[in-house]
Write a protein that binds this ligand. Structure first.
Ligand SMILES: *[C@@H]1O[C@H](CO)[C@@H](O)[C@H](O)[C@H]1NC(C)=O
Ligand SMILES: *[C@@H]1O[C@H](CO)[C@@H](O)[C@H](O)[C@H]1NC(C)=O
Ligand SMILES: [Zn+2]
Length: 458
């Protein structure tokens, strides 16, 4: 019999495993077996309805003569895919939860630009970026699509920090060459050059958890020349794109003044080569029917950021409508337009936004009868598999299909946490209580590609 190979080590999880297969298809299996190859961080076995664990394990080929540990979950524990935040601004953690008294454009001028400009100071950047990544990992966000600032050196530092802490990330150096304060603006050519340098810096790491993303802040802060150059850059380097779209009515009006040659705001990005199947557009609150069709035909994804939409009084986004049209949708914290770091909060805010849409329809538009708000299954979908599709990683993460990476949350709804379970509670009840009542103590262990990166339990 060959000795167990030390490079191949496996962890076997046995208990309740919950994940999405489609927006309304949530699988809850109480006796599932998940086997993870620790060295490469991938799922090698996923078996449902296993009554006798040892008997089953003796039939699993990959485990024969291999070293493995069994992790049997208790009745209050379950495993979920890691949360995916499709839109967040890392530097804005420094002032998150303050200054929520203004709408978008004034909020940017008064709070955001001054605070983001401070990231030319690398010591400050180191402090804020370390803390924000820790916070997000402890909130269960295993994948995030980040906006940084315009500063090349701070963006490189941010990349190094994410790499050390082990989050899966899209990392964007922000571009701004117009309608920005003179202390926080770039020249068009150096903006493009720095972006190219940054893309090469991230790619040179050869770390498949880290991807550079082209990040024009939004159309208002970029000239047509810059937008066009960024579209070309994304194509040349085969990288994704992120920006903001139709967040607020004043923003839309100003954009259309600046880009009179485009038919509408969505078309501005399209006309500059920035709208494709690797594009993530945050918000999309106020979209015309034609713009939705354009977004869909380009297969771009939507980052739904309800906390931010309420906090900045931007509007109520009917995300359900987009899901019904088969547009890719995920959740975003939009820190610090949104005040919360957690995708649990985004699920709760999305639920409130969806119910608010129903209330508006029935009370003010007299057509609420047909409206069905988001339910808990759809909230989990948006937080996991939906987000994975938005970031174009559904072949790697989002649920527990064999071959995917083990990006996972070992959740615990015991009485040591904010959740209370009673004897009548089923696993489905436990999940709903978790979505609406969990605090971070419920996140016992957080894994990215098989590596433990955070968690409440030691
Ligand atoms: C940008 O890069 C090009 C090509 O490498 C170079 O010729 C140019 O001087 C650079 N411009 C600035 C402003 O750095
Ligand atoms: C928006 O622009 C697209 C692309 O030019 C066009 O197909 C669509 O009709 C426009 N929609 C509106 C409402 O202007
Ligand atoms: Zn944003």
């Amino acid at each position: 019999m060959p000795a167990p190979s030390s490079s191949e080590e496996f962890i076997v999880y046995y208990g309740t495993v919950i994940h999405s297969l489609a927006p309304t298809d949530l699988e809850i299996n109480e006796n599932a077996v998940l086997v993870v190859n620790v060295a490469i961080g991938t799922i090698v076995v996923f078996e449902r309805n296993v009554e006798k664990l040892n008997e089953f394990l003796s039939t699993v080929n990959v485990l024969q003569n291999k070293h493995y540990t069994v992790n049997a979950l208790s009745r209050t524990q379950f495993i979920l895919p890691g949360f995916i935040d499709t839109h967040a601004h890392a530097p804005q953690f420094s002032f998150a939860a303050t200054g929520m008294d203004l709408p978008l454009l004034q909020w940017l001028d008064k709070y955001t630009f001054p605070k983001e400009s401070e990231f030319s100071d690398l010591e400050h950047a180191q402090n804020v970026y370390s803390k924000v990544i820790d916070r997000f990992l402890h909130s269960g966000t295993t994948t995030c699509s980040w906006f940084a600032t315009i500063h090349l050196e701070a963006c490189k530092l941010f990349t190094d920090i994410i790499e050390r802490k082990g989050q899966r990330a899209y990392i964007g150096k922000v571009n701004m060459d117009q309608n920005s304060p003179d202390y926080y603006i770039e020249q068009t050519e150096s903006s493009v050059n720095d972006t190219r340098t940054f893309i090469e810096y991230v790619k040179a790491k050869n770390n498949n958890l880290l991807t550079p993303i082209v990040t024009p802040r939004f159309a208002i802060s970029c000239t047509s020349t810059l937008l066009k150059a960024l579209g070309d850059l994304a194509k040349e380097h085969d990288v994704p794109i992120q920006s903001h779209l139709c967040e607020n009515l004043a923003e839309i009006d100003f954009t259309m003044e600046l880009f009179p040659d485009s038919a509408n705001y969505t078309a501005v990005y399209d006309d500059h080569g920035l709208l494709n199947d690797r594009t993530i557009m945050a918000h999309c609150v106020h979209m015309s029917e034609e713009e939705l069709q354009l977004l869909k035909s380009r297969e771009a994804g939507v980052a739904h950021c309800p906390n931010s939409n309420f906090a900045l009084q931007s509007g109520v986004c009917d995300i359900k409508k987009y899901m019904e049209r088969d547009i890719k949708c995920g959740l975003g914290s939009d820190l610090a337009g949104g005040f919360a770091t957690s995708i649990l909060d985004a699920m709760r805010s999305a639920f409130i936004a969806s119910n608010t849409t129903g209330i508006i329809k029935s009370q003010y538009e007299n057509n609420g009868d047909q409206y069905k708000a988001l339910d808990a299954k759809e909230l989990i979908y948006l937080a996991t598999l939906g987000g994975a599709k938005v970031v174009g990683m559904e072949d790697k993460i989002g649920n527990f299909k064999v071959g995917k990476d083990f990006d996972a949350l070992v959740c615990d709804a015991s009485d040591d946490t904010s959740v209370r379970l009673f004897r009548h509670d089923t696993p489905w009840d436990m999940l709903q209580k978790f979505i609406f009542m969990a605090d971070e103590r419920c996140l016992a262990h957080v894994y990215v590609k098989g590596r433990r990166v955070a968690g409440w339990k030691q």
